[in-house]
Design a protein. Structure first.
Length: 216
């Protein structure tokens, strides 16, 4: 997974060189390397990149929080000429933590005919689980939370819950990293809170496992 950091130097008396962002993962991810922004002149944006390795021992553990530190070489600039000094010094700046969740591994895709897409993917890797959403009080809240959490595309206008209904089915579609279609059917019912029966289909079994592990 590659992270792009768009950087702007807001200090007109300094030139920043060899700008990288070092990422320290909280879980099984591993930082591999950085591609530096060669130079950040005043008010001229540039980008640097950080490559991290996805978890190999536990491939369904897709969520992670990264501690991020920007590292760079500072060269002070002459206030009269604006030219940087020949020698610089190392410095760093702690950035906000960066969080990766399941939605970062999925791209939304609209399936105009969800039933046809469901049948096309087939049930070879279909899995199903039931969850109790005890803290959720309405079907609307449940639908919005699921869409936001998974980052998938609602289909068949199923993101709208009809009024005065105690049950609803949400259809979601996306493409999991690697280009695998993934489809979710979430049957919701009001009880003490909301009960949700989730059925997932994909062309890749790992994608199904990632969804169910993340929801659980």
């Amino acid at each position: 997974m590659v992270f792009q950091f768009d950087c702007t130097n807001t200090l007109n008396d300094q030139l920043l060189e060899k700008v990288t962002v070092q990422m320290e993962p909280s879980d099984a991810y591993e930082m591999v390397c950085c591609v530096a922004a060669p130079a950040l002149h005043f008010n001229q944006p540039s980008s640097c990149y950080t490559l991290v390795m996805l978890p190999e021992d536990d491939p369904i553990a897709v969520s992670c929080t990264f501690s991020c530190t920007m590292k760079f070489v500072v060269k002070d600039c002459d206030p009269n000429t604006g030219l940087p000094e020949a020698e610089g010094y190392d410095d760093e700046y702690v950035l906000e933590d960066l969080e990766v969740t399941v939605s970062d591994h999925i791209q939304k895709v609209l399936k105009p005919n969800f039933t046809a897409a469901w049948d096309k993917v087939g049930d070879e890797f279909q899995k199903e689980e039931t969850f109790a959403l005890s803290s959720v009080k309405t079907l609307d809240e449940a639908v919005n939370n699921i869409i936001s959490f998974l980052g998938m595309q609602p289909c068949e206008r199923s993101d709208k819950v009809p009024e005065n209904k105690n049950a609803h089915t949400l259809y979601l579609a996306g493409v999991f990293r690697g280009g695998y279609d993934i489809l979710v059917r979430a049957r919701l019912a009001m009880a003490d809170g909301v009960t949700m029966q989730v059925t997932v289909r994909s062309e890749a079994e790992m994608a199904v496992d990632v969804i169910l592990a993340s929801v659980g």
